[in-house]
Write a protein of this length. Structure first.
Length: 259
């Protein structure tokens, strides 16, 4: 059953890829080109120019935040009239929205091996990882990305429904995602030294824990901020209780389609 659902999600995502890029000469290549350019730029700036080892984690963090921001920004337009074609059968809405999330995160799965190679070639003088450690980091980061996809899935469906009812929220979500991006410990060190500021930022940013986890994976003996888990746990609880319990989101989507 699970394998069939994964195949359906992959099929829907592939169909969307073909639809979006069918008129482009290089096709889906452009979907991977933008994040790849960012990886190369951050690797160059934070290794060759600035020195040190931050370039690797910055590149990885930018890759993950791109999947988050693209998913949440696009989710504001997911609930459309064409969804009426998906209302028959079980799990059709969930498969459709899961394919949307997968569509936005797919380049990360292909580009992560590139990042690991860059880490081995450029940053290993600073990290001094063995091949075994790099392999472990590779799979741990994959698990983090899968968890991030699930988290975005839980958030994006309520966002899609609410934005259908209140269209002004489309702009608000894009601004919030941009703010949370700058408040995430990617371009800056996670701990500022000020306990109050650190705690406030960790509490108000629902994506902070993702990059805390990334720091924990890459840096040895990293002091993970448990407080950063409070907000995402509350958000997940809210989404599960008011949207996913008894598949309430299906009824909410159908009601939104007729607004």
């Amino acid at each position: 059953m699970l394998l069939n659902k994964l195949k359906a999600i992959s099929l829907l995502a592939n169909l969307e890829y073909r639809a979006v890029h069918r008129k482009k000469f290089f096709g889906i290549f452009w979907k991977f080109l933008n994040p790849l350019i960012f990886i190369l730029i951050y690797t160059f700036v934070f290794s060759s120019l600035a020195g040190g080892s931050r370039g690797f984690i910055i590149s990885t963090g930018i890759l993950i935040i791109s999947g988050i921001s693209t998913t949440l920004n696009s989710s504001t337009k997911w609930v459309q009239e064409k969804l009426l074609n998906f209302k028959t059968g079980t799990d059709t809405f969930s498969l459709y929205f899961a394919s949307k999330v997968y569509f936005n995160f797919l380049p990360i799965f292909y580009l992560l091996p590139v990042l690991i190679i860059i880490q081995r070639l450029v940053f290993n003088n600073d990290f001094k990882f063995t091949i075994q450690e790099s392999t472990v980091i590779f799979f741990q980061t994959y698990l983090l990305i899968c968890g991030t996809m699930l988290y975005c899935y839980l958030i994006s469906i309520p966002s899609a429904i609410i934005c259908k009812k209140f269209t002004d929220l489309e702009d608000l979500i894009s601004h919030l995602v941009r703010i949370f991006t700058y408040l995430s410990p990617i371009l800056w060190i996670a701990k500022t030294g000020n306990f109050l500021i650190d705690t406030i930022v960790q509490l108000i940013n629902p994506f902070y824990f993702i990059f805390e986890t990334l720091n924990f994976i890459i840096y040895r003996q990293y002091d993970f901020a448990i407080v950063s888990m409070i907000t995402p746990i509350l958000i997940c609880f809210y989404c599960l209780l008011f949207y996913f319990k008894d598949k309430k989101y299906e009824k909410a989507i159908l009601e939104s389609l007729y607004l």
